[in-house]
Design a protein around this ligand. Structure first.
Ligand code: PMP
Length: 363
């Protein structure tokens, strides 16, 4: 889609990165640290000062206890996810992925010799199918991969009820959890993210992954972190040490200073709340149905009222004939999907949102 859209100069509501810069105060701190003498390797698990700040922040945010040893800085969430999977999944293991899902999980499972077992969300509201999850569990199940707030649907999946079901399913097993929480701070109105970290039973068997690309609006910096209990972190480090060794040192320093002095949790959702409303309002008269967005900066447009085409063909037609880029949802499923769903991203300039929505409203 990215390639096709580049050939056609479209209004881009597809790609998942923000059309805005990081806070100028953070950029000033990066410039400052670049002029310092901290240009050599940081320690393997990450700068102790940054890890201490993260442990403290998350402990307060999710009412839990964390130590610096539970935190490892990584080269973006994608590396954290890949390393967590490849450190623990062995040939023949089964890994359940709740779908639609971010596209890096399944290749990591396969490159470890594992088998992907997809469990789709169901219904128009993309809710968890607990019976399907229960019946997907076998003696070979090694891990369940989950994401909330959710890319691509914009749903918030985690709730006390979700955790209750999950505790029930994994109790008396040694199944691990991989919880992708990169959009933790992007929740709107009354919706709130509940982290796996707030549940002692679940977090004792979980890798939880975060991204500064998302929460500081700098996807190109590729910086994130992983939280895990000691026994899981030891396995993680066995690979991290040889694949990455250590993450960009001056950036870690700048981010640590920024988190200490200038960062507020609420600023992340505030940056996108108005844009979410703008997209929702701009699509109000459309024949396609905007299914809304509780979290992240994505949501789903259902175009079943205007076409029977499959989603990939429909999205390509929108690029070629209408000049708007969206992302079809079927590639987010291991076995594809026949649903008429496109992902829209609203982390965009106001003109992009209104121009894209005007084209989609005219369909
Ligand atoms: N998980 C999800 C659900 C994502 O949407 C993304 C980015 N698109 C990532 C992980 C990757 O984050 P990073 O850029 O920090 O590797």
């Amino acid at each position: 889609m990215a390639q096709l859209s580049a050939q056609h100069e479209t209004v881009n509501l597809g790609q998942g990165f923000p059309e805005r810069n990081p806070d100028p105060r953070l950029l000033a701190l990066v410039e400052e640290t670049m002029q310092s003498d901290r240009h050599q390797y940081a320690s393997m698990a990450g700068l102790p000062k940054l890890r201490a700040i993260i442990a403290d922040q998350l402990a307060r945010r999710y009412d839990t206890d964390l130590s610096i040893d539970d935190v490892t800085i990584c080269t973006g969430a994608t590396q954290g996810l890949y390393t967590a999977i490849t450190a623990t999944v062995h040939p023949g293991d089964e890994v359940i992925i709740i779908e639609p899902a971010y596209d890096s999980y399944a290749p990591a499972v396969r490159s470890s010799g594992g088998k992907v077992i997809p469990v789709p969300l169901h219904g128009h509201d993309f809710s968890m199918d607990w019976d399907a999850l229960r019946s997907a569990i076998t003696s070979r199940t090694r891990m369940i991969v989950m994401n909330s707030p959710h890319n691509p649907t914009g749903k918030i999946l985690y709730s006390p009820e979700f955790f209750r079901h999950l505790r029930d399913i994994v109790k008396d097993t040694d199944i691990l959890l991989l919880s992708d929480e990169v959009y933790e701070l992007m929740t709107y109105e009354d919706a709130k993210h509940l982290s796996i970290l707030s549940d002692p039973e679940l977090s004792s068997r979980a890798y939880v992954v975060y991204s500064y690309g998302k929460s500081l609006h700098c996807t190109g910096w590729k910086m994130g972190y992983v939280i895990a209990p000691p026994v899981l972190m030891t396995e993680f480090h066995k690979l991290h040490q040889y694949v990455v060794f250590s993450v960009n040192h001056p950036l870690q320093r700048a981010v640590a200073h920024y988190l200490e002095t200038d960062f507020e949790d609420r600023s992340v959702a505030d940056a996108f709340a108005r844009k979410r409303s703008l997209l929702t309002d701009s699509l109000a008269g459309a024949r396609c149905t905007w299914l809304g967005s509780e979290g992240s900066y994505f949501g789903v447009l259902d175009y079943s009222a205007v076409s029977d085409m499959d989603d990939v063909a429909f999205a390509k037609m929108l690029v070629r004939d209408h000049g708007v880029t969206t992302i079809p949802l079927s590639p987010f499923y291991t076995q594809g999907s026949s649903r008429k769903h496109l992902r829209l991203c609203y982390a965009k300039a106001d003109e992009t949102i209104t121009a894209g929505a005007a084209i989609l409203s005219a369909l």
